[in-house]
Design a binder for this molecule. Structure first.
Ligand code: IMP
Ligand code: MG
Length: 224
C-alpha cells in the first residue's frame, strides 16, 4: 500500500489501468464524429485527466482546440448546497461548435450541468461530456456522460488531479485514504481542523464516503 503524507493509500485505479482506458476513451471519442471539436477542461480537478486524454486524442487522430473553465461547487460538510460558481470563463467563442466537456468526477451532476447549460446558451452545436469517474446513484438531476473512464464506488477518492484540500493531486493513480491522520501537527493534510467540529470528532461509518472525507481532512468548500 503506498504511503503519502504519512497516510496509507488504497489504489482503486492504477497507472496502467488509467493509461489503457484513456487510449480506449480516445478511440471512442474519435469514432463519435465530433466536428470542429473544442475540448473544455473543468478546473481544477480534471487537469491531469484532460492532459492525458488530449494526448490520447492526438494518438487517435484528432486535433481539437483545448480550453479551460474554472468552476466552484460549494458544500456544507458533505452535502452539496447545489450552488456552482463560474470562477474563470473560456476565452473561445463556442457558437456552432462541438464541445467536449472534460471533468474528473460525475457525482451530483451539478457542476457538469452548469457547464453544459453555459455552452448550450452560447450556441454550441453539440455538447458532450467525458468524465474520468462516474459515481452512480448520486445524480441530483438527469445527466449522462457520453464517455466514462471508470465507474467509481461511493468513496471519497484522491489522486490523478483529485484532491482533498488541494493535497494528493500529484498521485498518478486514483486512491482512497485508508488510515487515520496523525493526532497533531501538519504531517497530514492541511486543514486538519475540519476533522473536528465543536470539539467532537466527526463521525462516519468506516469505509463510507463521509468517513473517508473526515479522515482525509475534508473541507467544507472545494473546487470541482
Ligand atoms: P458534482 O457532480 O457537481 O456533485 O461534483 C463533482 C465534483 O465534486 C467533481 O468534479 C469533484 O471535483 C468533486 N468530487 C466529487 N467526489 C469527489 C471525490 O471522491 N474526490 C474528490 N473530489 C470529488
Ligand atoms: Mg471537478
Amino acid at each position: 500500500m503506498p504511503k503519502v503524507r504519512g497516510r496509507s493509500l488504497r489504489v482503486l485505479f492504477s497507472v496502467e489501468a488509467i493509461a489503457q482506458r484513456n487510449i480506449e476513451l480516445a478511440g471512442e471519442i474519435a469514432a463519435s464524429g465530433y466536428r470542429d471539436l473544442l475540448v473544455v477542461s473543468i478546473l481544477k480537478g480534471s487537469f491531469v485527466f484532460a492532459a492525458d486524454l488530449i494526448r490520447a486524442l492526438h494518438g487517435a487522430g484528432l486535433a481539437p482546440e483545448v480550453e479551460f473553465i474554472s468552476l466552484s461547487s460549494y458544500r456544507t460538510g458533505t452535502t452539496s448546497t447545489g450552488k456552482v460558481k463560474l470562477i474563470r470563463d473560456v476565452e473561445s467563442d463556442v457558437a456552432g461548435r462541438d464541445v467536449l466537456i472534460i471533468d474528473d468526477i460525475l457525482e451530483s451532476g451539478r457542476t457538469i450541468a452548469f457547464a453544459k447549460k453555459l455552452m448550450h446558451r452560447r450556441g454550441a452545436r453539440k455538447v458532450a461530456v467525458a468524465v474520468m469517474l462516474d459515481k452512480p446513484g448520486k445524480l441530483a438531476q438527469p445527466l449522462k456522460a457520453e464517455h466514462v473512464g471508470f465507474v467509481c464506488p461511493d468513496l471519497f477518492v484522491v489522486g490523478y488531479g483529485m484532491d482533498v484540500a488541494h493535497a494528493f493531486r500529484e498521485l498518478p493513480y486514483v486512491a482512497v485514504v485508508e488510515d487515520k491522520p496523525p493526532r497533531s501537527g501538519r504531517a497530514g493534510v492541511r486543514g486538519s481542523r475540519a476533522r473536528i467540529r465543536d470539539g467532537k470528532p466527526r463521525r462516519g461509518v468506516p469505509g463510507s464516503r463521509r468517513e473517508s472525507r473526515g479522515r482525509a481532512g475534508y473541507r467544507s468548500r472545494r473546487e470541482p
